[in-house]
Design a binder for this molecule. Structure first.
Ligand SMILES: [Mg+2]
Length: 484
């Protein structure tokens, strides 16, 4: 029986701070980074098989630069726990695999289930899921939607959630959706999953660039757009107007555009059926958030994302209540440390939209648990994907949500940013209706395998980009710059 023989880790960083990609009111100089792990197994028993046929598992967690090396150290300690384990015994109980990673009594002390250790758990657990899907020649989403309700629930991290959702209730919910599952799978394969664009509205982009990108996004069939806000009301209103003037103008609409009323219900859509969302990335205190967002009322957003500190459950509830009369909702999740925080946000009625992150939560197991929780509370899951590799991951999670879990699937939208997909062997794509195409390659696993050349070039600090190209670019950028 094949066993996990070892692993390699890679600190991969992309210089996105040079272009302003990923910039917002809080994160002003992001270098999109991956703390990356490759799990290796015993060579294929077939002696004629090429070495490249040996099963591997690829996983990563996302950071924005500094500290990526710290996450790598945690990934090593967690990966050590898997070395020597037979892969089929891991695959036979993926819930137990997750318990193994999260229950180390010493490592647990530096969490539990939050921060660096949890980010690292996401990378390692996802690598095992990637390997499992590859071993069955199915994309990850297909591996899971083909499971029985009981099997899905067995893989889900439901510990500490029973006051909100019991395993029996979760099984029951999934059973209720079984009879229409095939129909939804067919639809997802034919139409894809509705995406929204964040690429149009990064804080560091000029007006010209925002205008150009918004028109391009409309051409691509998008009808949901997100703008970063929170530095100045006047500037936010001006940039929101730039976007609204384009998305609300009939002359810029994609001729093939089809918008079903149900999909934009309660989202403050404009006259052409387009929806704007705003994102503050945690810059405000609670009352400040309410006062500030009220000043942005005229740009009619569907929701304000991350208005305040992500741990502040009651603060989010207060903001949601404070904005109810002007019809602006509250969304959060990309910085929510674990499923318990999501449970409390839902129990407190604090959010209108839940935004899971595929690797801030500790991998597929915990994401399944949170999607089940959201389904119980009837809250749409619109995953966070602003980063490297996150779009590749979340399309699988949203396929699972759409087909097997979510009662709100018509209203769900998945974040799309058009950065760095070229580094992945199975990059995600969007179709001409602004929707994610379903990953279909039987070898893609969780779609997170990077090209070897990209790993080598962008490894920090010794990859060829960081060693040779970056210093040259930086010195050119600084030519003629005056320091006072
Ligand atoms: Mg965000």
């Amino acid at each position: 029986m094949s066993i996990i023989t070892g692993y390699s880790t890679h600190d991969i960083r992309f210089p996105t701070s040079l272009s302003g990609d990923g910039t917002d009111a809080m994160n002003t100089d992001c270098n999109y980074s991956a703390a990356y792990v490759i799990l290796n197994t015993t060579p294929n028993a077939d002696s004629n098989a090429a070495a490249s046929d040996t099963l591997k598992g690829f996983g990563m967690t996302f950071t924005i630069g500094k500290g990526n090396d710290i996450v790598i150290e945690a990934i090593k300690q967690l990966s050590d726990k898997l070395v020597g384990m037979p892969i089929e015994s891991l695959f036979s109980d993926m819930g137990a695999m997750w318990e193994l990673l999260t229950s180390d009594s010493q490592l647990r002390w530096i969490g539990p289930e939050k921060g660096v250790i949890h980010l690292a758990t996401g990378a390692v657990a996802n690598a095992v899921w990637d390997m499992y899907a590859r071993s069955r020649n199915k994309p990850l989403w297909k591996l899971i939607v083909d499971m029985t309700p009981e099997e899905i629930v067995k893989c889900s991290s439901l510990k500490y959630l029973s006051d909100a959702l019991t395993p029996e209730e979760a099984v029951q919910m999934l059973h209720e959706r079984q009879s229409t599952k095939t129909e939804r799978e067919k639809r997802a394969l034919q139409e894809g999953l509705r995406a929204y664009s964040t690429s149009v509205g990064w804080m560091g982009y000029t007006t010209d660039k925002v205008q150009r990108l918004t028109k391009e996004a409309l051409d691509l069939g998008f009808n949901h757009f997100k703008l970063k806000v929170g530095v100045s009301v006047d500037d936010d209103l001006a940039r929101a107007k730039v976007i609204r003037d384009i998305i609300d103008d009939p002359q810029y609409q994609n001729k093939d555009k089809r918008v079903h009323a149900k999909t934009i219900e309660g989202k403050n859509a404009g006259p052409t059926g387009n929806v704007l969302m705003i994102d503050a990335n945690q810059v405000w205190d609670v009352e400040e958030a309410i006062a500030y967002v009220k000043k942005l009322e005229q740009c009619k957003p569907w929701f304000i994302e991350e208005p305040t500190m992500p741990d502040d459950v009651l603060g989010h509830a207060r903001i949601r209540k404070g904005l109810k009369d002007i019809g602006i909702g509250v969304a959060t999740g990309e910085h929510c440390a674990n499923r318990v925080l999501f449970k409390q946000l839902l129990q407190a009625g604090a959010i209108d939209v839940l935004q899971i992150d595929a690797c801030r939560l500790a991998g597929v197991n915990e994401c399944l648990a949170v999607m089940l929780l959201a389904a119980k509370f009837g809250v749409p899951v619109c995953p966070h994907a602003g980063g490297v590799g996150l779009c590749e991951y979340v399309v699988h999670l949203s396929m699972i949500d759409f087909i097997s879990i979510a009662p709100t699937f018509d209203r769900n939208v998945v974040e799309w940013v058009d950065h760095l997909h070229e580094h992945f062997k199975y990059p995600v794509s969007v179709n001409s209706h602004g929707r994610y195409n379903a990953p279909l390659d039987k070898s893609c696993g969780y779609s997170i395998e990077m090209h070897q050349e990209s790993i080598e070039k962008y490894t920090y600090p010794d990859g060829s980009y960081w060693k040779y190209e970056h210093p040259t670019i930086i010195s050119k950028l600084q030519e003629g710059r005056r320091y006072v």
